[in-house]
Design a protein around this ligand. Structure first.
Ligand code: F3S
Length: 285
């Protein structure tokens, strides 16, 4: 029997970097807080809590003289300013791919363009991007974008700059691009989709197709972990979604010769490692 871990299992580059920055700051002896949970994984947040890292909800909760870490989703210009006003050391763990979008919309607005953001209005990444311009529009679907274009709220030759949430699907982005190109005559489009999610999903599909059983590691409440399990089920009959190694049941793997392991974007490497170790013990019994 053999166990294979998907190369892109777990954290993407931006989340990995953010978690690493928290770890470094906590180990350096500073009094550290993160503005919002650094990732949606209770095991990792619990580990940081044990190291003394607090989670605060607003900049006003920050204690002057301490260190506050901005998570990978980023924050608006206004939130950053409020943090600066608190007299704290700021460690900006905004993913560089997200930071790039802040720069694009800020520059576009300074050049007289109206920023248009395609994404989920209430998602922290999108509210943060919107917060780097004084006036922008956010649309969640091609229909919303088209209705707005046809509403006459802005002239069709308005200079527009269109970007999207990093986790948007290629399909949604393509549809929105087609509508925008059809409706507006002075348009700049920046494809700001991050490929990390797509890579992870494609790799999970390929690995599950050649495995007798597949283990998906992650929080059962996480939508991206659920989506990963769903993709694996399309290619493999035995898919087990586990939160951590203790949830693996040896009997589930009877008769399996090849087992694949993948993990959601919020699953730390140490949990994946533990699952791999337990899985190897199960198959060697
Ligand atoms: Fe991750 Fe940054 Fe992409 S946080 S999903 S690498 S935009």
């Amino acid at each position: 029997m053999s166990v294979t871990i998907a190369k892109n299992a777990g954290f993407c580059f931006g989340v990995d970097r953010a978690v690493e920055l928290v770890e470094q700051a906590a180990k350096s002896g500073k009094t550290v807080a993160t503005l919002g949970p650094i990732i949606h994984n209770r095991h990792q947040v619990g580990r940081f809590e044990e190291m003394g890292v607090k989670v605060i909800d607003t900049p006003e909760d920050a204690v002057p003289g301490t260190t506050v870490i901005i998570r990978s989703h980023g924050v608006s210009r206004e939130v950053q300013q409020r943090l600066e006003n608190r007299g704290v050391e700021i460690i900006d763990a905004t993913c560089p791919f997200v930071k790039r979008i802040h720069g694009i919309v800020e520059k576009a607005e300074a050049e007289g363009r109206l920023p248009v953001i395609i994404g989920t209005r209430t998602h922290p990444e999108v509210t943060a991007i919107a917060g780097w311009c004084s006036d922008c529009r956010v649309f969640e679907s091609p229909e919303e974008l088209e209705n707005w274009a046809l509403s006459g709220e802005v002239a069709l030759d308005t200079p527009i700059c269109m970007v999207c949430q990093t986790t948007s699907t290629e399909f949604l982005w393509k549809m929105c691009g087609e509508i925008a190109k059809k409706q507006f005559t002075n348009l700049k489009i920046f494809d700001t989709i991050c490929k990390a999610t797509e890579f992870r999903q494609n790799e999970a599909a390929a690995l599950s197709a050649k495995s007798d059983a597949m283990v998906v590691v992650g929080d059962t409440k996480s939508s991206n972990t659920g989506k990963l399990a769903q993709i694996c089920r399309e290619h493999c009959d035995k898919v087990f979604l586990v939160d951590n190694a203790s949830e693996l049941v040896p009997e589930d793997f009877c008769g399996a010769v090849t087992v694949g392991i993948t993990a959601g974007a919020s699953t730390p490497a140490w949990i994946i490692k533990e699952v791999n170790k337990t899985m190897s013990e199960i198959i060697n019994v």
